[in-house]
Design a protein around this ligand. Structure first.
Ligand code: NAD
Length: 419
């Protein structure tokens, strides 16, 4: 790979299908179907900015597959959002829903924008207009968005409100990750991070290593990274490093994670506050000597370039697509145990499913009930993936893909090809 060449996540996701297909007995036509997305909508829409100027934004909604149920997947606001990134993220959502065996397909959406340079008012206008533009694809039975990078419960509330105004009645089931007051599920905000921790605990158990004192490094401190850090800390692990898009903090003794995250929330950046803490780059964080490395930021962070220098024993992928297939081979040769994204971060879509079920049935589950169900699903899914990995002697990622793609392929065969 040439220096600075951008890795295309959709090509990466398609390559993963080729790798997994070797262990699945699928017709070439079916593989080809799974390699294609079902529906793609690109919208260019105007937003009135605070200074009165009108700016045009580009947004995407892609449904990769709806064979097993309604399309499901988050909405991302980021300057690098493009069609191939959204396609890849939609495809990974399809496999993820199938790995945890919930009745959803896969979708993703995004708007190319820099929310860090926008006011709350401008983000609200962008969200409402984008929702209106893609509303023809949305609906509790059709396609249900959720939060992703730079979107949060407030953004989900605006999506729900805009869609409900369009329909003329309240439709809480059109989106998940909503504020609790609007039908959000208890435990949804923490769900992805909790899922990362539950599957990491299973990996530690399998490798016969204790959680107490385990050294954890986390790239990203948003919804996924922040919650993961807090839960590892509570369980007695030592979070030795955490980062944002600018830089990270490192302490061999372990960071006071609550103080560090409070400080980041207050000053919008990491600040060294004790003599034990030093600043590190995101690259240095990924290469730290630790027990568990959690990439929880963006795609393609672990590549063939830095994989040879990665020293962790376990990688639990909070982010979607953080590791390229070339890097996977190197990690595998090094004996690093990878809990792949479509398993490790599936806690989010699992509790989104609980939220959707509660909305459709007008039920309210307790946090205990949500966490209990989440834990059982994550542990069962880990076990199923591990069994495939061991019986077929393949890495955990390939095993998860075999499970997820296999379930979608089976459902496709049962439904048949229309007409
Ligand atoms: P977020 O916006 O809450 O946080 C993103 C974090 O990544 C921030 O801390 C940001 O500073 C950091 N970051 C951004 N660019 C970076 C860079 N170049 N290098 C290092 N750090 C960088 O987003 P999130 O919801 O926590 O999502 C993080 C990842 O987890 C994404 O890959 C997302 O697709 C995946 N994910 C999220 C959920 C969910 O429920 N939110 C579920 C499954 C997977």
């Amino acid at each position: 790979m040439a220096e600075n060449e951008k890795i295309n996540p959709f090509e990466m996701a398609r390559k993963q299908i080729d790798i997994a297909s070797k262990y699945l007995d699928l017709e070439p036509g079916l593989i080809e179907k799974l390699k294609h997305t079902k529906r793609e909508l690109i919208v260019h829409f105007p937003v009135k900015m605070d200074d009165g100027a009108v700016r045009i934004f580009t947004g995407y909604r892609v449904q990769h597959n709806i064979t097993r149920g309604p399309a499901k997947g988050g909405i991302r606001y980021h300057p690098d959002v493009d069609l191939d990134e959204v396609r890849a993220l939609a495809m990974w959502m399809t496999w993820k829903s199938a790995v945890v065996n919930i009745p959803f397909g896969g979708a993703k959406g995004g708007v190319q924008c820099n929310p860090k340079e926008m006011s709350l008012n401008e983000i609200e206008h962008l969200t409402r207009r984008f929702t209106w533009e893609i509303s023809l694809m949305l609906g509790p039975e059709q396609d249900i968005p959720a939060p992703d990078v730079n979107t949060n419960p407030q953004v989900m509330a605006w999506i729900m409100d805009t869609y409900s105004i369009l329909k003329g009645y309240s439709v809480p089931g059109v989106v998940t990750g909503k504020p609790i007051e609007l039908g959000g599920s208890l435990g949804r905000f923490e769900a992805t991070g909790r899922g990362v921790v539950i599957t990491s605990l299973e990996a530690l158990k399998y490798l016969k290593k204790p959680i107490e004192g385990a050294k954890v490094a986390i790239q990203g401190c948003g919804n996924v990274g922040g919650v993961t850090a807090m839960h590892f800390d509570r369980l007695g692990a030592k979070v030795i490093a955490i980062s944002d898009s600018q830089k990270g903090l490192y302490s061999e003794k372990g960071l006071d994670i609550k103080r560090v995250l409070d400080c980041k929330a207050k000053y919008k950046c990491f600040v060294c506050e004790t003599k034990d803490e030093t600043e590190i780059t995101n690259q240095e964080l990924l290469e730290l000597d630790c027990d568990i490395l959690v990439p929880a930021a963006l795609e393609t962070q672990i590549t063939e370039k830095n994989a040879p220098r990665i020293k962790t024993k376990i990688i639990a992928e909070g982010a979607n697509g953080p590791t390229t297939p070339e890097a996977d081979e190197i990690l595998n040769d090094k004996g690093i145990f990878v809990v792949p994204d479509i398993l490790a971060n599936a806690g989010g879509v699992t509790v989104s499913y609980f939220e959707w079920v509660q909305n459709l049935q007008e039920l309210i589950w307790s946090e205990e009930e949500v966490l209990d169900r989440l834990t059982r699903i994550m542990q069962r899914s880990f076990k199923e993936v591990l069994e495939i990995s061991q019986s077929k002697k393949i890495p955990m990622r390939t095993a998860a893909l075999v499970l997820g793609i296999g379930r979608v392929a089976e459902a496709t065969k049962l439904r048949g090809i229309y007409p």
